[in-house]
Design a protein around this ligand. Structure first.
Ligand code: 3PY
Ligand code: MG
Length: 262
């Protein structure tokens, strides 16, 4: 059995264009499977805000595995034990929220690597990631296939950005405008000019540092403007938002048509 290559990491390294992604927060395998066939480069299975646990994330990883889309799993916190479980069920690319220091970044790198580089516990006989020891030399190959994305989304994180970027093993840094806005005193106003300027500046710094930059923006014009800073991967939608907007729009359209007839 071959070791599954991390396509997302390879595409970042090879500079394979702008990778467009969608946040998946519905928490179900069927919706994840449906979205996996819609043409996005990557899907974020959201263990931070979505109603997910280890089993629902496992179901979604299985559901998207047959499609040419890269799953990225957002962890709920920095706990190395939870990170270990996600790696063991087969998540290769992790997005870690709320990173605010180089010390946290170093601890996260270590949580995702087997010794001597890190502290990941060894349980490959029990791990889907290793095909339950069906992949020869899984332990020797695993570290190289991990893609670690750190999410900077607070003023403290932005202040520590240069230190975080200098940490070996950080594959990418993703800016979260919603939490950044909140920490800047603009709760619910991620489109505020000062927030946008902070996002612009952070993305430019990440790119300047030679690290892959990522960002989240639901407004297409804002997303395009952010991407001008050399952004390598952007989340441009959320499944829950798309579903709700579609339902509301259909109802409104039907009612307008009905009113026109009367
Ligand atoms: C944020 O904007 O805070 C997010 O976590 C989404 O990227
Ligand atoms: Mg956030």
């Amino acid at each position: 059995m071959e070791f599954p290559q991390n396509v997302f990491k390879r595409r970042l390294i090879e500079n394979d264009g702008l990778l467009l992604g969608l946040f998946v927060g519905l928490g179900g395998a069927t919706s994840a499977e449906l979205l996996a066939g819609t043409g996005y480069d990557w899907l974020l299975i959201d263990g931070e805000h979505g109603p997910n646990d280890l089993r629902s994330i496992l179901d979604q990883l299985r559901a998207v595995a047959a499609q040419p889309v890269s799953p990225v799993v957002r962890v709920v916190d920095h706990d190395p034990a939870k990170i270990k479980q996600l790696l063991d069920i087969g998540a290769q690319t992790l997005l870690v929220p709320m990173v605010e220091s180089a010390e946290q970044a170093r601890a996260l790198v270590r949580a995702t690597r087997y010794p001597p580089e890190g502290i990941r516990g060894v349980g490959s006989a029990l791990a889907r990631a290793a095909q339950w020891n069906g992949i020869p030399n899984y332990l020797q190959q695993a570290n190289a296939q991990i893609c670690l994305i750190l999410q900077v989304e607070s003023q403290a994180g932005v202040d520590a950005l240069d230190d975080i970027l200098a940490v070996d093993g950080v594959d990418a840094v993703f800016i979260g405008p919603s939490d950044l806005a909140a920490s800047m005193g603009y709760l619910g106003q991620s489109g505020h000019p000062e927030v946008k300027a902070a996002v612009d500046a952070a993305l430019a710094r990440i790119t300047h540092h030679g690290v892959a930059a990522g960002v989240f923006a639901l407004d297409p014009n804002t997303a395009r403007a952010y991407c001008a800073h050399g952004v390598r991967f952007a989340a441009i939608g959320v499944d829950t938002v798309l579903l709700r907007q579609g339902a509301v729009r259909l109802l409104a359209q039907f009612k307008v048509a009905q009113d026109d007839q009367t």
